[in-house]
Ligand binder design. Sequence first.
Ligand SMILES: [Zn+2]
Length: 385
Amino acid sequence: MKRKFLSLALVLFCVSVAFGQNKEKTKAPSSYKNTEFHADYKPSYKNDGSDKPIKNVILMIGDGMGLAQATAGMYANHNALTITNLKNIGLVKTFSLSDFITDSAASGTAYATGKKTKNGCVGVDSLGNKFPNMTEILSPLGYATGIVTTDKITGATPSAFYAHQIKRNMTKEILEDLVDTKALFVAGSSVKVFEKDGTGKLDDLKKKKFKVLHDYKKLSSSMKAEKIALICDNTNAQFISEGRDPNYLKETTAQAIKFLSNKSNKGFFLMVEGAQIDWASHNNAIENVVREVLDFDKAVEEALRFADKNGETLVIITADHETGGMALREGNIKKGKIKARFATGGHSPIMVPVYAYGPQAQNFRGVQDNTEIFAKILSALQVKK
Ligand SMILES: [Zn+2]
């Protein structure tokens, strides 16, 4: 009996090794040595965590950026990250109404509307009832609002801030919602999405007084436009390693801030998404995780520099969920090397960090639900729901 058991165990072991090796071949490498280091920005901390009133909010969502992703970026960048220089830090619970593990649609909806919904729903409950979102609540009050992403503009996270559809893949309907958006500045990809699911929608945006651009480098000369829709080609919804311009997110964030801050005396709300951290983690690809976190960190620097100059701006950096169940195994800070292992190709339920900077940043400390982030932003702006 014992012998039988041992030979069965041996067979199982051999099979698992064989399968393991097969799987290994298709897997991304488990370690990465960074070669593109950037200096972290150390903010002034003046007004940080004070009770002073604020006018502007910049909400930055690193899609899928859990603590392991941020840690990987930090150590791979010689132990320095602008994000991790912040002092008002909390944790966010991300579960959705239907699932222990959320998707970006439900978590984006929680941040944008303060309401829990089912996975797949964008800005609505499971019956299709609309929840008013941040851009719809703040725009009529005189705030200039904007959305920037490294995803398609119809991706679940950006759409949660302007659309109301029962399924995140209802691209045609989401594009119809985009035409009606209250946001004055939208940036994402791609022209192809419009060609496939929104013929004529670029013209409709123009009719709604959007200046439609396709190159972020044209933003700086378009600051006089009433509204801007930057609809890039597909490359700006790819990994940096696959061709996305490494200046796109950083520069578009800076230009969005400039544009919105000149548009209203009341203040502005801007959502910026680093979308590719999620896809890199889905692929269990450590190189892309590190490079996308570092890219996002440079956009965070733009927001913090503005907050330091302005003094009435609250910056919040968080994630909609963790992706990959990422664990770090070994690293070398001097060499910028990091080795990781992933528990899943999907999302995980682990709490995500939230880092806040500026007046009212102290309100984001502690453990909170994702819907509370929405409530805390409105309360910091002294806006009643
Ligand atoms: Zn995802």
